[in-house]
Design a protein around this ligand. Sequence first.
Ligand SMILES: [Zn+2]
Length: 206
Amino acid sequence: MYSRNYPSRLLQDAVDELSSLPGVGRKSALRFALHLLKQPVDNVERFGQSIIRLSKETKFCKNCSMISDNDICDICRDAKRDTTIICVVENVRDVISIENTMQYNGLYHVLGGIISPMDGVGPTDLTIDQLLKRAENEEIKEVLIVLSTTMEGETTSFYLYKLLSKFNIKISTIARGIGFGDELEYTDEITLGRSIQNRQPFVPIK
Ligand SMILES: [Zn+2]
């Protein structure tokens, strides 16, 4: 069907796909599509292949659920890491933010989200079972919970706290007021790094 906005169906399809990316409106999507159209086909193929491979070939660490090229990620395999502490975060971006601070040398556990009944995300949709298995089977002395301070983040933190309290493990968190979770990547690295160094025991809000 002819569209008033797009002279070609192919162009419209590309704009539809590109504008499905977060933060990309249809105007930007059109700019990207026209830019790609001007590139040599080899470049565009490389571009497309990298996205296809990202989707098809990316693995998730069997231990911590971090993105990995192998079954077990580089962090879990790193012999220089402190294997007695696990930092629990919502997503891969949070791991990258904390790694950038260079102030944390333990392991991670990526939950894959936070408990959010409104969005239909319950505990079984997250990697909580795997975390409990790790608490049981690994020589863990401390779990550092670094989730967002939204209501969903607090609920999830408390839920984890209750489950982890069964184990003889120190449960800690970072100072309130530090933007993390979805905002973690925007917090400056020095502030985040300092708050990880100065982490404190988790105190549940009742
Ligand atoms: Zn891992």
